[in-house]
Design a protein around this ligand. Structure first.
Ligand SMILES: CC(C)(COP(=O)(O)OP(=O)(O)OC[C@H]1O[C@@H](n2cnc3c(N)ncnc32)[C@H](O)[C@@H]1OP(=O)(O)O)[C@@H](O)C(=O)NCCC(=O)NCCS
Length: 170
């Protein structure tokens, strides 16, 4: 999994590798019914403890997004290959929704990714009913290439191609 050698910066955000100091952020994300509304519901305190057992570091494939104005960690961007190819996901604290922070952070990671990874595409999977997430992906220029049922809900698969690499489907 590619890993940020140096933090990424924009005027409003810093994106850096996740570390042990981010346990409060991860706990807040996992315990929030709003954040987990399309992700299976809020985790119990016991599930959080179990998930956070052991060291937090690059094996997680998670980056922490920090607001430049307040130095506050506000969310995460995750890279994984759980479905066999490079996939991006994101979770932000609800009090920081509606400012474009999530799409800005995902864009920063994607821009960096084309240099850091050899992959020609990155995918994102989100529930068909998740309007906020779909708006974010479509604003980034991602397009739906597949769909499937998971956990009793229709999931849409979005892709973004490396600039200059044509889609197989077109
Ligand atoms: C999905 C999620 C990240 C979207 O958060 P968000 O803040 O709505 O997303 P964006 O960063 O794209 O922000 C867009 C909003 O900011 C507004 N905005 C304000 N200033 C902006 C700016 N400078 N640039 C862009 N948008 C801006 C947009 O108008 C839009 O507002 P709207 O929701 O009223 O239309 C968030 O809802 C979340 O963390 N959900 C829980 C986790 C989850 O479900 N993740 C998806 C599965 S991987």
């Amino acid at each position: 999994m590619p890993w940020l050698p140096e933090p990424l910066h924009s005027d409003r955000l810093m994106v850096r590798g996740l570390s042990d100091i981010d346990r409060p952020l991860l706990t807040a994300l996992m315990r929030s019914p709003d954040v987990r509304a399309f992700l299976g519901g809020a985790m119990t305190a016991e599930q959080v403890t179990e998930t956070l057992a052991g060291p937090i570091g690059r094996q997680w494939g998670v980056f922490c997004v920090v607001r430049s104005d307040s130095a506050e960690p506000i969310g995460t961007v995750t890279l994984s290959r759980d479905r066999g190819e490079l996939e991006i996901a994101y979770q932000f604290l609800p009090e920081h929704w509606g400012h474009g922070f999530a799409r800005e952070a995902v864009q920063m990671v994607v821009d960096w990714l084309w240099d850091a990874a050899a992959d020609d595409r990155v995918i994102a999977v989100t529930q068909a009913a998740h309007d906020r997430s779909r708006a974010l992906l479509e604003d980034l220029g991602m397009r739906v290439v597949d769909e499937f049922e998971e956990f009793g809900a229709l999931q849409k698969v979005y892709e973004l191609r490396r600039p200059g690499v044509a889609s197989n489907e077109t």
